[in-house]
Each structure stands twice: as structure tokens, then as C-alpha cells.
Design a protein around this ligand. Structure first.
Ligand code: C2E
Ligand code: MG
Ligand code: MG
Length: 657
């Protein structure tokens, strides 16, 4: 009984593996026409030779019926030959075929054995030959279906061999033995073939699984390589790939598209004030907001830092582009909830159209960047579309950059000095050094222009060195109670080594560090707050003073005052311009003066131009002032005369009192 159970188990292996079963049926399907061809031709041949010797029902009708069944099976095969089987259907089909093999085996064997007694010895040999060859042919056609093939083999061999043995003719008995041995050999071949086939299918399946796995991993890698992990948006690489693809398509089929570059205003402050984790949250929120604009034909990407890109996959009128840009800017300017704080940011966007504004991918990107640059300077939080005016600016930018790179800084740079006065006594207390650049090709270049360019290219380091040395050389000739106020850039305080270099220059000049005040604008602090703080502390420790320039023009000004070791604050001249008419400006100046008094800081009011402004700020408690009202910036050579005149004026007023 154990062997029976084992046989059952062996025979039911396929049933537990529908994939294998499907492969078996598929392979068998290709052999079906051949199987029925063998059956039909062999049966017809035997039937034909028995037409005269056997009754009609046996030599004609029965084989005709069996032939019909074969043809019907062929027709069915033709109709379903392309179907794909589900696992369940495959099991059903296999069972069905097993039954069919058994029935066909019984039917054909029965017919042959019934026919056997009607013929001569030759005809009987023909029937035996028919059974043997048809069986071998059929079994080979069924070789992929192990169970039906074995079943057919058993039925035919058993019935035929037993029948032949009972004839008691030695020739037929020998034939029966022979057939049985061939049957056993065939059974072994079927079993071996089935195992090889099953192994091949398993190996193929494993190969497919590993290919699938490799494909999935490569898809994952590709996805990771083209997605920004923080925001989930496509990254810079993916953005440029799409940009290139769109440019190609536009060149091939016409049409056009638009490139937008978005830069966040005030993001660095969020990082500095609330920390990098909050900065990350803001960037994620920006990604979500951009995606939620959810319009078809828009492709957003994070290009790096706080810079994002957008591709508008179709042409758009300028008005529509401005309107879309404004919607993007509006979405970005909504308050951001970071931990327990609310951060205010805005986004500026620069647009450039392809192929109208540019004919290459690099150019269209550069032009969107040029529009963004202009927007960041003049239209923060707004969309800007690239125009020829921006082109002119860009040309000027690259011209000035070129000239600055090749300039002989020692001879082309010089300084002008603007006095800082004590308003109540009307005495100069210090002079601010203002950098000037005269270039043979460009003429005089405004400091705002060349300093900004120098900052972008790090040429500022050389400029600061040259100007600081020049300024300190002048201070040596000034009365000891006058200080020098010297402007620094963000880059000058971006590393401790650079701060140390400034200290060394001051030390080498022989001027007492107490007479040197370094001015830093708020925007300079926003680059890397921690580094700036440590550089300022180094300058302070070396004995120099530090002052916050253009106060009120940046973000979160008060937080800087509290957190950095300033000695003075310079209120930006934009507050002074309307101080005599605008009560808000007046209040701001008043509160900053009070704040400075409370914190023990000096407060310098910049940009005084009219006596009325001077009167108003004096009434508000101002002491240190600076502006065209008192003196324009002057060449170093004029400072001596100016100081003599100021001294003479002081002596005169002292003798009068
Ligand atoms: P700042 O440090 O705020 O310098 C004051 C600017 O205001 C100077 O412009 C000065 O000429 C101008 N100014 C002074 N009084 C008045 C006034 O009553 N009315 C008006 N309308 N303007 C007045 P300047 O020299 O063109 O410098 C512009 C900016 O360039 C400076 O602003 C400073 O941020 C930067 N800068 C100048 N020289 C240097 C330098 O050597 N190094 C660095 N890093 N920056 C410099
Ligand atoms: Mg200044
Ligand atoms: Mg200033």
C-alpha cells in the first residue's frame, strides 16, 4: 500500500505546480496534430486491409467513429491553441487529458483486439505492428504529459500483452514479452524526460525571477538616481534629462515649451534660526505645494538647495506665464509651520521660453537663470520673464566679471572716505572706507555692481585685502580719536582662516585694532550664520569692533542683534529718506535708537541728506550720523584737508563758547 501512496504522490507532483503544468500543456499542444495524424493514418491503414475480412461495423463504422473523435479533438485544438490557461484551468485540462488518454487507449486497444481474430496471420501481425507503432508514436507525442502517457502505455501494453499471451502462439507470446519490455523502457524514458523537462522549467522560472529582480533593482536605482530624496520631486539630473528630451522633440516636431527657475527668498534664515531639520521640513512642504498645483503639463524638480525648476511642456503666452508664475509664488509665500514656529518665505521665479528666448538647452536654462537673477534683485516673490533687457544685464555682468578677473587690483582699486559725525557736537568720530574701481575699459564701476560680482566669484577676497591695506595706511595719518569703518562681505567671514587673515592685516599695519570697525550687512550673515558668528567673535577677540550695516533691510534683524557680538548698528538710509514725513519710519528709528541704548550699542544713522532729517533724528536721540548733508565720500588725498577744516571749526566753536 505504501508503494501505491508513493506512486500517487509522484503522479500528483504536477498538480501542486500549476506553472509546470502550464508549460507541459503548452509543449504538448504543439504535438497534438502529429498525434492525431499518426492515429488517423495508422487506423485507416488497418481498417482498409480488413474491409473484406471483418464485419463492416468493425472495419468501417467503428474506425470511422474513432477517426471522427480524433478530428473533433483536432478542431478543438485549432480553436483553443492560442489561449493562455489559468492555474485552475490547467489542472482541469490535465485531468481531462488523463481521462481522454485512458479512454482513447481503451477504445483503440479494444478495436484492435476485436479486429485481431478476423484476419489472416499477416493481418494479425499488421494489427500487432499497428498497436506497437501507434503506441510508441502516441507516447512520444504525449511525452510532456507524464501521467496520461504512462496511463496510455499501461492500458495498451497490458491489454495487448495479455491478449497475445492468451493466443498461445509462441510468436505472439514473444511479441508480448517484447512489447512489455519496450513498454518498461518507454516508461523509464518518459520518467527521465519528465524530470529533465521539470528541471528546465524550474531553472527557467528561477532565471526569470532573477531577471525580474535585477530589473526591479535597476528600476529602483534609476528611480533613486533621478529623484530628490528629501522632497520626492525629480532631481537636477532628471530635470535636465527632461529638458533635453523636450528640446529634441520641439526641434523635431515644432511647438515649444517654457523653463522656470524658482529660488526661495528667506530660506537660509529659516535654516539659521530654526535649524536644518526645520529647513528640511520647509523644503518638503515646498515640494508638496508645487505638486499640489497639480496641473497637467507641468514638471517640477528640485535642482539643489532652495532652488527648484519647472518645465511647462507647451507654449504659453506671456500673460499666461506670468499668471502661472504668480500662482506658484503665491503658493510658496503662504506661511510655513515648522515645529512650533511659523516661517515666512517667498519664492521668485524666472521664466525663459524655448525656442523663442534660446536655441539650446544650456542657453534656455541660463536665460531663465538671468530672469531669476533680475527677479531676486528687483522683484522678489514675483515671476519674471526673460527679456532682452536681462540679456543686456547678463552681458554687462559677464563683461564686468571678465574685467574684474584680469584687473590689476593694486592700481585700479582705491578708496573714498565718508565721515561719521557725532550729531550733538558736530564732530567727526570716524570715517567709513568705500571701495572704488576704475577700469580702463569700463570707467568707474559702482561698488554695488563690482562688489556683488566679486562676491559671486570669490574675487572679493583679493579686493578686501587690497582695500583694507589701503585704508589702514590712511588711518595712520588720522588723529587717534578717529576710527575706521570698513565694509566686509559674506565671503570675508565665511571661514576662520579668512577672519584670521583680516586680523593679521590689521596687526601688520600697526593701527590699533580698537580703531577698526568691520561692517557686515544682514544679508552677509544669512550665508552661514554659525560660521559668521564665530568669525565675528574672532575679530572681536582681536580687539576690533563689529557693526551691523544696513539694518532693517534683511530678515529677522532683531534675532541677529541678540545673537551676535555687535558693537554698533547702522540704520539703513531707506528709513531716513522719509523720516520727516512718515511716522512709521520715525517709530522704527526711535525704537532702534532705544534698543541700542538698552543693549549698550552705538547707533549710526546713515543717509542723512537734509537739515530737517537731521533735526528729526536728533530729537529722536540720535548721536552718530552719516550722510551727504555732512559730507560726500571723498578721496583719501582730501581727508587731510577735511580733518584740518573740522579741527579748525572745532577750535573756533570752542573759543566762541
Ligand atoms: P554702505 O556700506 O551702506 O555704504 C553707504 C553707501 O551710502 C555708500 O554708497 C555711500 O556713498 C552712500 N551714502 C552715504 N551717504 C548718503 C546719503 O546721504 N544719501 C545717499 N543716497 N547715499 C549716501 P557706495 O559707496 O556706493 O557704497 C554702496 C555699498 O557698497 C556700501 O553700502 C557697501 O555695502 C558696499 N561697499 C562699498 N565699499 C565696499 C568695500 O570696500 N567692501 C565691501 N565689501 N562693500 C563695499
Ligand atoms: Mg557700510
Ligand atoms: Mg549702509
Amino acid at each position: 500500500m505504501v508503494w501505491l501512496a508513493r506512486l500517487k504522490e509522484t503522479l500528483s507532483v504536477e498538480q501542486r505546480d500549476p506553472e509546470l503544468m502550464r508549460a507541459q500543456l503548452q509543449a504538448f499542444s504543439r504535438q497534438i496534430p502529429l498525434l492525431y495524424f499518426i492515429l488517423l493514418v495508422n487506423t485507416a491503414a488497418v481498417a482498409a486491409t480488413h474491409l473484406d475480412s471483418a464485419p463492416a461495423w468493425l472495419s468501417l463504422y467503428l474506425p470511422a467513429l474513432l477517426g471522427m473523435l480524433c478530428l473533433l479533438r483536432c478542431v478543438r485544438w485549432w480553436r483553443v491553441r492560442h489561449r493562455s490557461l489559468t492555474a485552475e484551468k490547467a489542472v482541469r485540462e490535465m485531468r481531462h487529458l488523463t481521462w481522454l488518454a485512458a479512454l482513447f487507449g481503451i477504445a483503440f486497444s479494444a478495436w484492435s483486439l476485436l479486429l485481431f481474430p478476423y484476419g489472416s496471420a499477416y493481418q494479425q501481425s499488421q494489427v500487432a505492428f499497428y498497436m506497437a507503432t501507434t503506441l510508441v508514436g502516441s507516447v512520444f507525442c504525449l511525452i510532456h504529459l507524464r501521467v496520461p502517457a504512462l496511463l496510455l502505455l499501461c492500458i495498451v501494453i497490458l491489454s495487448f500483452s495479455v491478449f497475445l499471451v492468451f493466443t498461445r502462439y509462441p510468436v505472439f507470446i514473444a511479441m508480448a514479452v517484447d512489447m512489455t519490455l519496450v513498454g518498461v523502457a518507454l516508461a523509464v524514458v518518459i520518467q527521465l524526460y519528465w524530470r529533465t523537462f521539470a528541471d528546465a522549467i524550474h531553472a527557467q522560472r528561477e532565471l526569470q525571477a532573477s531577471q525580474h529582480n535585477t530589473q526591479r533593482l535597476s528600476d529602483d536605482n534609476y528611480r533613486l538616481a533621478s529623484i530628490d530624496s528629501l522632497t520626492g520631486l525629480p532631481n537636477r539630473r532628471s530635470f535636465f534629462a527632461s529638458l533635453r528630451a523636450m528640446a529634441e522633440q520641439t526641434r523635431a516636431t515644432g511647438g515649444g515649451f517654457n523653463v522656470g527657475l524658482i529660488d526661495l527668498d528667506g530660506f537660509k534664515q529659516v535654516n539659521d534660526i530654526y535649524g536644518h531639520a526645520s529647513g528640511d521640513l520647509v523644503l518638503q512642504e515646498v515640494g508638496t505645494r508645487l505638486l499640489s498645483l497639480g496641473e497637467g503639463g507641468l514638471l517640477f524638480a528640485r535642482l539643489g538647495g532652495d532652488e527648484f525648476g519647472v518645465l511647462v511642456c507647451h507654449k504659453m503666452s506671456n500673460d499666461a506665464l506670468v499668471e502661472l508664475g504668480q500662482r506658484i509664488c503665491d503658493a510658496l509665500s503662504q506661511p510655513y509651520q515648522v515645529a512650533d514656529n511659523v516661517a515666512e518665505l517667498s519664492g521668485t521665479i524666472g521664466w525663459a521660453a524655448f525656442p523663442e528666448a534660446a536655441s539650446t538647452v544650456t542657453q534656455v536654462f541660463e536665460r531663465a537663470d538671468a530672469a531669476l537673477y533680475v527677479g531676486k534683485e528687483n522683484r522678489r516673490g514675483k515671476p519674471v520673464i526673460f527679456s532682452t533687457e536681462h540679456e543686456t544685464r547678463m552681458r554687462r555682468l559677464s563683461l564686468v566679471t571678465q574685467e574684474l578677473r584680469h584687473a590689476d587690483l593694486e592700481t585700479e582699486l582705491f578708496l573714498e572716505f565718508q565721515p561719521i559725525y557725532d550729531l550733538p557736537t558736530h564732530r567727526p568720530i570716524g570715517l567709513e572706507a568705500l571701495g572704488r574701481w576704475h577700469n580702463a575699459r569700463l570707467g568707474m564701476v559702482r561698488p554695488e555692481e563690482f562688489i556683488r560680482i566679486a562676491e559671486r566669484t570669490e574675487l572679493i577676497l583679493g579686493i578686501t585685502d587690497v582695500l583694507l591695506r589701503q585704508a589702514l595706511a590712511e588711518v595712520a595719518y588720522w588723529p587717534a580719536d578717529l576710527y575706521l569703518s570698513f565694509n566686509l562681505s559674506a565671503v570675508d567671514i565665511s571661514t576662520s582662516a579668512r577672519a584670521r587673515r583680516l586680523i593679521d592685516i590689521v596687526a601688520a599695519s600697526g593701527v590699533s585694532p580698537h580703531r577698526v570697525t568691520f561692517e557686515i550687512t544682514e544679508t552677509a550673515l544669512t550665508r552661514d550664520f554659525e560660521q559668521a558668528a564665530s568669525a565675528l567673535t574672532m575679530l572681536k577677540q582681536a580687539g576690533c569692533r563689529v557693526s551691523l550695516d544696513d539694518f532693517g533691510t534683511g530678515y529677522s534683524s532683531l534675532s541677529y542683534v541678540h545673537r551676535l557680538p555687535f558693537d554698533a548698528i547702522k540704520i539703513d538710509r531707506s528709513f531716513v529718506t522719509d523720516v520727516d514725513s512718515n511716522s512709521a519710519s520715525k517709530k522704527i528709528i526711535k525704537s532702534v535708537i532705544d534698543l541700542c541704548r538698552n543693549l549698550g550699542l552705538e547707533c549710526v544713522i546713515e543717509g542723512l541728506e537734509t537739515p530737517l532729517q537731521a533735526e528729526v533724528v536728533k530729537a529722536l536721540g540720535a548721536h552718530a550720523v552719516q550722510g551727504y548733508l555732512f559730507s560726500l565720500p571723498m578721496r583719501a588725498s582730501a581727508v587731510g584737508t577735511f580733518l584740518w577744516a573740522a579741527l579748525a571749526h572745532r577750535r573756533e566753536t570752542e573759543t566762541q563758547t
